[in-house]
Design a protein around this ligand. Structure first.
Ligand code: SF4
Length: 242
């Protein structure tokens, strides 16, 4: 599969996101999972997946710093679909050591500190969640960031050694909202308060109309550094401080 990515990406040109999901669910069964950040994109994918297979594997990461509204969404999603998202947590010793050495809000002090926090709270639990899978599904869209312009629908994730599937890669934000409204999909209420991209509470904020989607995340940093490590290529991920 890894060697046929060009062929596979050509095969998916013009395909619906549901067709791409169905293809990989049929191929990998419980060895493929949606890594959900509870974004509108991931809620669309969750809805599609559960309509294809009510037992599809979906997990999220509770960094310990999520906004109240995100926890509320986890509960509402559980009730709406009668489905339990699997939740992964950071390793407690990593967080304890980091916070005791560098402070609870270390991420505001330097890019190095911010990347360390993202590594401990997101990347390390993601690696555990991906262990044993053949592929993971993400809600990335090229429109979201300058760091996401060169992605493909199916990629080989060299850092985690499995396929990465981006079925909504070429969707616009309007398409995502249309799907959410048409299908009554539960979404994070912070979007109604001016948030365009929602991560941890101290690192996400509302933005003004017309501002860039990622401008509400790590707003004190240069746009080129604004990835949390979950979606970096291997060489870049290895540069994260451990
Ligand atoms: Fe830490 Fe902020 Fe990254 Fe969350 S988004 S893991 S709080 S630096």
């Amino acid at each position: 599969m890894k060697d046929n990515l060009t062929e596979l990406n050509l095969k998916f040109v013009g395909n619906e996101a549901e067709d791409i999901l169905r293809y990989f669910l049929n191929l990998y069964g419980d060895k493929v999972a949606l890594a959900s950040s509870l974004s509108i994109e991931d809620q669309v994918l969750l809805d599609m997946l559960l309509k294809i297979n009510g037992n599809a594997k979906i997990f999220t990461i509770d960094t310990g710093r999520l906004p109240y509204e995100t926890y509320s969404l986890i509960d509402r999603t559980k009730s709406f679909y009668n489905y339990n998202l699997e939740i992964y947590f950071p390793a407690s010793t990593n967080v304890e050591n980091m916070v005791n050495e560098r402070g609870v809000n270390l991420f505001y002090e330097s890019v190095e500190n911010r990347k360390l926090c993202c590594f401990n709270r997101k990347v390390e639990p993601l690696k555990r969640a991906l262990n044993g899978l053949d592929a993971w599904i993400c809600g990335l869209r090229t429109e979201q960031s300058i760091t996401r312009q060169n992605l493909e629908i199916v990629e080989y994730d060299e850092s985690n050694l499995l396929l990465k599937i981006n079925p909504l890669l070429h969707w616009t934000e309007n398409q995502v909202w249309e799907y959410i409204k048409e299908n009554n999909v539960p979404y994070n209420k912070l979007y109604d308060n001016g948030y365009l991209s929602i991560g941890c509470a101290p690192c996400s904020r509302a933005v003004e109309p017309g501002e860039d989607i990622r401008s509400g995340r790590w707003w004190w940093e240069n746009p080129d550094t604004k990835e949390c490590g979950l979606h970096l290529k291997k060489v870049e991920q290895n540069e994260l401080p451990r």
